[in-house]
Write a protein of this length. Structure first.
Length: 304
């Protein structure tokens, strides 16, 4: 516990310094920090370049992959600065100056205000926190599912950063009953759907390779008749300017007649998530080894 508290004190002090800076000054620090991390974080840098090689093949040269990897580091260092500045610098009433909402032909606003439960899913792309801010600014109450941090002091700090939006945060491991209650009450559940689910997940195509994907999203959608909307938030300019919208929507009723309906739904929303990422690949968290688990190789039966 003493080590956790020391880590918290160190990071909390750094956060206070970054929050005290003007946003442009924080961006300048983020750019320098990204270059440093790119140089010293060899393990994740190699993971990102390997992921990009598999995802884009020969369309990207080795130099282009390296440049995009550096751009990924820079983008997410800026995202950290933006998250730290959100409660102090930006207000729900002024969000329209910084976030452009792109509705679709089928109407995201009317769908979210409808009479059915909704599972809003996205990935570690753009700045996923601004989506929660935008929903709060439009008076839509949402419940975000997130992993609880191991460090209790950092967990408390993260919760306080999010609390000003009014967005409730549920633990993916400890709040399953509350998650079911949200859907039963026909409310909006927000989940990230781009992390490896281990050897027991659904293996569906993601950038040309099987990727283990959590089963819970599709199974909950089918159990509670919840619409599934794939959302995105892309940086639209060099600074705090974002475009938020929906890539696609799926109705679980269209999959009920299939024995493997849950896996088909998972494959479809994963493909939509990939399409959203391809629009701004330098804003995706390629540093995560999304494909570390692969389907087991079936052993051939020995000849009789």
């Amino acid at each position: 516990m003493a080590f956790d508290f020391a880590v918290y004190c160190l990071l909390r002090t750094a956060a206070a310094v970054f929050q005290a800076l003007p946003l442009m000054g924080a961006y300048a620090v983020a750019k320098r920090l990204a270059k440093l991390l790119y140089l010293v974080d060899r393990r994740h840098r190699k993971v990102a370049e390997e992921n990009l090689r598999h995802a884009f093949g020969e369309t990207l040269t080795s130099r282009q992959r390296s440049r995009m990897t550096l751009a990924v580091y820079e983008h997410f260092c800026k995202v950290v600065m933006e998250i730290l500045h959100l409660p102090r610098r930006f207000r729900l009433t002024s969000m329209k100056r910084f976030i452009e909402f792109r509705d679709t032909a089928w109407g995201v606003r009317s769908t979210l205000r409808g009479d059915r439960a909704t599972i809003l899913i996205g990935g570690h792309q753009g700045n996923w926190e601004v989506s929660g801010v935008l929903l709060a600014a439009t008076d839509l109450r949402t419940f975000a599912v997130a992993r609880t941090l191991d460090n209790p002091w950092l967990q408390d700090f993260a919760m306080r950063l999010r609390s000003y939006t009014g967005q409730a945060v549920l633990s993916k491991n400890d709040d399953f009953d509350r998650i079911r209650d949200v859907l039963a009450a026909k409310q909006i559940l927000v989940m990230l759907a781009d992390q490896s689910a281990g050897p027991r997940g659904y293996f569906v195509d993601f950038f040309g390779r099987p990727a283990s994907t959590h089963r819970a999203i599709a199974l909950l959608a089918m159990e509670y008749d919840a619409l599934v909307i794939v959302a995105y938030s892309h940086r639209a300019g060099g600074n705090f300017q974002y475009e938020v919208g929906a890539q696609a929507a799926f109705d679980p009723r269209d999959y009920q007649q299939h024995a493997d309906g849950a896996q088909r739904l998972t494959a479809d929303f994963t493909a939509a998530l990939e399409a959203a990422i391809r629009r701004a690949p330098e804003q995706y968290f390629w540093l995560h080894n999304r494909w570390k688990h692969q389907p087991p190789v079936k052993k051939k039966r020995a000849a009789a």
